[in-house]
Design a protein around this ligand. Sequence first.
Ligand code: OAD
Length: 264
Amino acid sequence: MAQEGQLSADSLAVLEQLVPVAAKARRVFVFTGAGVSAESGIPTFRDAQTGLWAKYDPVMLASIDGFRKDPANVWKWYDERRQTMSRCQPNPGHHAITDWQGLLKGLDGRLDLATQNIDDLHRIAGTEELIELHGNIWEVRPLGSEFQEAFRLMDCPLSEHPPRHIDGSTLRPNVVWFGEMLDEAVLNHAFQCAMKADLALSIGTSSLVYPAAALPFVAREHGATLVEINPERTELTAAADYVLQEPSALALPALVAGIRRICG
Ligand code: OAD
């Protein structure tokens, strides 16, 4: 469990104000990005030195054109990421969200979590009814098919690149690539949850990739108090009511411990 003492004096002052507000909220919307998994050992996309897009070409590895040109190369990269992720565990930030969801359930409240992450760590941490906006790296679907045809393929490493369906057709990762639409039903559900929230948190995301990045703004427009947790400032920071400039594995357990002290 992270120690509140490790937080900066500024963050402790923000928490003192935020905890009583958060403890009153019964409808919470959480929106997460790659930063929430950074402390589990999964690289983010845009961090200058360690981010994936500093090392790899998203056009080749995260687009349908790149996949059609060289499916084996794209799958080699996804297989490597699957192997890395299979060795990673949820961190105290993931667990704190699950803990808060359980607490709210017992209070006739609700916490909805929409993530841009494809790594499964929120699910492994036990968060229920997870909204996966950008898909899941452990799922595949036949090339050219719809999201609804996705299924889990847990082989790790894969025996061939690309993996094939039983009918011999090429399988693709069930993730959203650049230029592709998100699953409309999933996205609409996320917007509904954001609009109903009285408290919304944006955690570990650069807030640059739309339409997902619109969710916290929409929550705020519909009356939610908005919190950002991120060690860096982002496009969202100026719109947030409370900003914790901290790693999420440190700030989230401290926030949820404070809420538990009030709500039991
Ligand atoms: P980014 O890599 O764009 O942003 C990661 C954010 O996490 C940055 O704002 C960091 O400051 C922050 N961060 C780093 N370490 C952190 C920590 N320990 N705790 C909290 N925050 C931390 O990742 P995303 O915003 O998730 O899309 O990127 C959005 C989408 O762009 C991804 O879902 C992916 C990518 O292209 C698709 O694959 C469709």
